[in-house]
Design a binder for this molecule. Sequence first.
Ligand SMILES: [Ca+2]
Ligand SMILES: [Ca+2]
Length: 90
Amino acid sequence: MTGTAGTNISAFGAGDLDGDKKEDVLVLISTSETETLIAKRGHNGEHLWEESVTGMDLSALSASDLNGDEIADVLLGSHDQVYALGYTEK
Ligand SMILES: [Ca+2]
Ligand SMILES: [Ca+2]
């Protein structure tokens, strides 16, 4: 990771993203071209998954369990759209 101008890194508490009952963390890396969302296990930093999008400015972010499987789902806001990412695979 080179700290080029225009790169912003934000971290968010995310609830339990993988169902192990421990809080996990979302990291959002924003550049002028790409937004990368990385999920990490809160207790050991292990990489869970990541999603990258281009051409969108992700401005809102939250995570809660939307579908009742006890795994937090991620909400992303970009302009006038909201994206829900549900990660249920083990
Ligand atoms: Ca977890
Ligand atoms: Ca869920």
